[in-house]
Design a protein around this ligand. Structure first.
Ligand SMILES: [Zn+2]
Length: 262
């Protein structure tokens, strides 16, 4: 299993990202370094909805696309709302949301595809990005999901994995950098909700969202040995944007996932 699934740091064009290679599907999780945006978005802000200069965001996206090797016009970006709505996308959706906010796949927090060459991109800054790989009847398929605590409780990770499992066999998944159990403190009411939905994942005042994601992935049928958790906390690690640490005024990362064709 170990040679089929790898998580490693990569560098190109002044950018640094964590790359997951999972049985033919890859996912890139860039740090905030190497972009052109100014504080509080310094420097590789990839989100168009946070008040940053759109020109800077597009230059940052251009750099990421070039570095990881997925053309910007092949990205598909959802308009996230902390819900559980998923959509299958294909050639017709290539480029939606890649250059502007208007053409995003509105009101979706997860995308799935079987189309070669598409890059599914979800944005986050503490929320949990999850990429799931599967083999369907027609080849590799994958999902990219944005799971904040609301989406996690509502089951978006499990629903995305189940949507892939219905068509084939789940191969593996990665839980990207996001707020860790060290920093995701919650009130008693939320702690209780998590303990009911994901027994054992809540501490006295905190919740382990990574463990919650792992639970749902395994429940849906991802082999436990093929679930990779980056275990990098965006709120603890200054290389990442953190909505909580930065008081809401900060940039967004994009997790980009694609099929690795020969
Ligand atoms: Zn932390």
């Amino acid at each position: 299993m170990s040679d089929r699934f790898a998580l490693e740091w990569r560098e190109a064009g002044g950018l640094t990202w964590l790359q997951w290679n999972g049985a033919g599907v890859a996912a890139a999780f860039p740090t905030r370094e190497g972009g052109v945006s100014q504080a509080p978005f310094a420097s590789l802000n990839l989100g168009l909805s946070v008040g940053d200069e759109p020109g800077n965001v597009l230059e940052n996206r251009r750099r990421v696309s070039a570095a990881v090797g997925v053309p910007q016009e092949r990205l598909v970006v959802p308009g996230q709302v902390h819900g559980t709505t998923l959509a299958w996308v294909g050639e017709a959706e290539a480029g939606r949301g890649a250059f502007d906010r208007e053409t995003v796949i509105h009101d979706h927090d997860g995308l799935l595809t079987a189309t070669p060459g598409l890059g599914l991109a979800v944005s986050y800054a503490d929320c949990v990005p999850v990429v799931i790989a599967a083999r369907g009847a027609d080849g590799l398929e994958f999902a990219a999901v944005h799971a904040g605590w609301r989406g996690m409780l509502a089951g978006i990770v499990e629903q995305a994995a189940a949507a892939l499992a219905r068509r084939g066999r789940l191969l593996g998944a990665v839980v990207g950098p996001s707020i860790g159990p060290c920093c995701f403190t919650v009130d008693e009411r939320l702690r209780r909700r998590f303990n009911e939905r994901f027994p054992g994942t809540a501490g006295e005042h905190n919740v382990d969202l990574w463990a919650c994601a792992g639970r749902d992935l395994e429940a849906a049928g991802v082999p436990p040995a093929a679930v990779t958790i980056a275990a990098l906390c965006t709120a603890s690690d200054a290389r990442f944007f953190s909505h909580r640490r930065d008081g809401g005024s900060t940039g967004r990362h994009l997790a980009i996932a694609w099929r690795q064709e020969a």
